[in-house]
Structure formats: structure tokens, C-alpha cells
Design a protein around this ligand. Structure first.
Ligand code: TRP
Length: 345
């Protein structure tokens, strides 16, 4: 008799992932990785490198391959402990694709067309040229989450709608075929960890933005970090205070970055910069970022240079992930009415 998810005695589970579609930046670190590092002590954690999601937009094969290992090494360098958490590559566990197909057959197209991220991403492509994969993206994300009977999904605000869709799909499946899936909750990090683009302070920092002065990448050398921050967009004023005025979003973003790296209070930070100019603020922010990333960069270079280490971690991660994902998939296939293949247990 398969174990039903809810009566297992275990720590609550979290699942999250980042796409290997470009270099990770301080927004990924402060908004996701730093939170995951904390979460892993209180939850049984699954942190995935979601390569199947990455190919919903065109990727260069070599960059995708190298990027996948790079993201994995950055997870570990940021403090994710592979003894505690399961770190793996999505395509290494085929159950993700298989469950996605099944859930896709339960997803009304209307639900998918309604997703804001789809609308935004599709709008950037030529009409008709945008891939079916882009539309299917949230279904694959639902499969990721549901395979592990995940209780909580730490993601940014922009992913809330996808977690809601996941809940709707899980409920729909459970309703039609009987209880299989745990209904997951979204877990949004504390406000303040949302980092905006240095050159676009009104839009979130993004991996796929091409301009050179948009993001500080986690592996940028110190000089580059300084240069990017010194060139960040501010405004023509001079007041250095946390604020939610869209016209002063650049200064607010710099202060947010400063706060995230120093853990000082807002008051202490505002006092520190009272009467100072933006140039002074930028220099100070650049230094806390350079120093804050230094240990992470050192660990990264150690890990990536240790022959085979990252690939070993990923192999173990995929093996462990499959021990949870495969039984869930099997139960789903049974409930759907798929004939069991002979010789397979
Ligand atoms: N869509 C997420 C993002 O871009 C990445 C992701 C894929 C994910 N699968 C997931 C996040 C499952 C949480 C859980 O941020």
C-alpha cells in the first residue's frame, strides 16, 4: 500500500529552484539563496537547478551545460549543505517531465493563458513564435513541487501565481483521482530582499537582461562590482533615505542592498549616510558587496576546482530525489489507470 503523503512522520518539506539561464546575481542571493540556507535547518529541503525550465527560452547548449554546474556550485558556496539538503538537476530525475505531462492534461488552457509571467514573456517574442514550453512552464513547476509532497515553496512574489496554480492542479487531481498530493503553501521572503536592476531601479534585477550595468553577478571580480555600483541609476536629489517613491527607487535599492549585506537597521543606515552624497553611498555599498561576496567567491572557486565534486553531489542529489519522486509518480500513474509495464515493480 503506498504511503499517503499526509501521514508520513517527517519534517515539513520545501522545494525551490533557479534556472541555469545566465549568471546568478545578488538579487538571486539575497532574495532566494540566503533564505534557503536558513530554511534548510527547519525543513527537509530540495533545491533544484531547473534546466527543463531554462529551455522554455532559447539557450546556448554550452552555456546551459556550464551554467548548470555553476548554479549548483553557487548553491553550495552560498551555504547550502548537501548533507542536509537535496541538491539536484531537474532533468536528472525524469519523473519531473512525466508528471508534468499528466498534469498538463488536467490543466485548462485558460488557466495557463492567464499567467502574468507567460503574458509578459510571450509579449517579448513574436506572436505565434513563442513556444508551447513557455505556456507549459507553470505545469512543469507544479510537477516539481507536487512530486515531493512539498509543504512550502520559498519563491519571490513574481512566482506566487504559479504556486497558486500548483495548488489548484493538486486539488483538481485529488478531487478526480483521490488524495495523492499535498497542497503546498507559498513562502515569500521578508520585504526588503527584493533587489532591483541597477540601471532599471523600477524593475527587478534579472539574469537575462543584457545591459552591462544591470546586475552584480555573484562571481563578478571586485573591480567590476565597484564599477557597476558606481554607475547605478539614482536621481537628481540628495536625500539618502529608504523610501517608496518610484522616482527615488535607485537610492532605495542601494540602501536595500546595503541593509541586506550588513543586517544593520534602517535607522542606523540612514544615520550613517545623513548629510552625505550619493557618491559616498555608492562607494560604501560597493565595499559591503565586495566584502560580502568574497567568502562565497572563494568557496565557489574551491568547489568548482575540486575535480568531480559538484557532479558527485548532483548524482547523489538526483538519486535521493528520485527515491521520493518516483513513488509519487507511480501512485499517480496507478490512479490515472496506466497499465503497469510487465517486469517493472
Ligand atoms: N519558476 C521559478 C523561478 O523562475 C523556478 C522554479 C521552477 C521553481 N520550478 C520551481 C521555484 C519549483 C519553486 C518551486 O523563479
Amino acid at each position: 500500500m503506498p504511503i499517503t503523503p499526509n501521514d508520513q512522520k517527517r519534517l515539513p518539506r520545501v522545494f525551490s529552484g533557479i534556472q541555469p539561464s545566465g549568471h546568478l546575481h545578488i538579487g538571486n542571493y539575497l532574495g532566494a539563496l540566503k533564505q534557503w540556507v536558513k530554511v534548510q535547518h527547519d525543513y527537509e529541503s530540495f533545491f533544484c537547478i531547473v534546466d527543463l525550465h531554462a529551455i522554455t527560452l532559447p539557450q546556448d547548449p554550452q552555456a546551459l551545460c556550464a551554467g548548470t554546474r555553476e548554479v549548483a556550485a553557487l548553491y553550495l558556496a552560498a551555504g547550502i549543505d548537501p548533507q542536509k539538503s537535496t541538491v539536484f538537476v531537474q532533468s536528472h530525475v525524469p519523473a519531473h517531465s512525466e508528471l508534468a505531462w499528466i498534469l498538463g492534461c488536467l490543466s485548462p488552457l485558460g488557466w495557463l493563458y492567464r499567467m502574468t509571467q507567460y503574458k509578459d514573456k510571450a509579449a517579448k517574442q513574436q506572436a505565434e513564435a513563442s513556444s508551447a514550453g513557455l505556456l507549459f512552464y507553470p505545469v512543469l513547476m507544479a510537477a516539481d513541487i507536487l512530486l515531493y509532497h512539498t509543504n512550502a515553496v520559498p519563491v519571490g512574489e513574481d512566482q506566487r501565481q504559479h504556486v497558486e496554480l500548483t495548488r489548484d492542479l493538486a486539488q483538481r487531481f485529488n478531487h478526480i483521482y483521490g488524495e495523492v498530493f499535498t497542497i503546498p503553501e507559498v513562502m515569500i521572503p521578508l520585504a526588503g530582499a527584493r533587489i532591483m536592476g541597477l540601471d532599471t531601479p523600477n524593475a527587478k534585477m534579472s539574469k537575462s537582461e543584457n545591459s552591462e550595468y544591470h546586475a552584480v553577478f555573484l562571481l563578478d571580480p571586485p573591480d567590476k562590482i565597484r564599477k557597476k555600483i558606481m554607475r547605478s541609476v539614482t536621481d537628481s536629489g540628495s536625500e539618502i533615505t529608504f523610501n517608496d517613491d518610484p522616482a527615488r527607487a535607485g537610492v532605495n535599492n542601494l540602501l536595500t542592498i546595503y541593509q541586506a549585506f550588513t543586517d544593520e537597521s534602517k535607522e542606523a543606515i540612514e544615520n550613517r549616510f545623513a548629510g552625505k552624497g550619493y557618491g559616498h553611498l555608492k562607494k560604501a555599498v560597493a565595499e559591503v558587496v565586495v566584502e560580502g561576496l568574497r567568502p562565497l567567491q572563494e568557496r565557489y572557486h574551491q568547489l568548482i576546482n575540486e575535480n568531480g565534486y559538484i557532479d558527485d553531489v548532483l548524482a547523489q542529489g538526483a538519486e535521493r530525489a528520485a527515491t521520493i519522486a518516483n513513488p509519487t509518480l507511480k501512485l499517480v500513474q496507478e490512479r490515472i489507470g496506466f497499465l503497469k509495464a510487465r517486469g517493472k515493480t
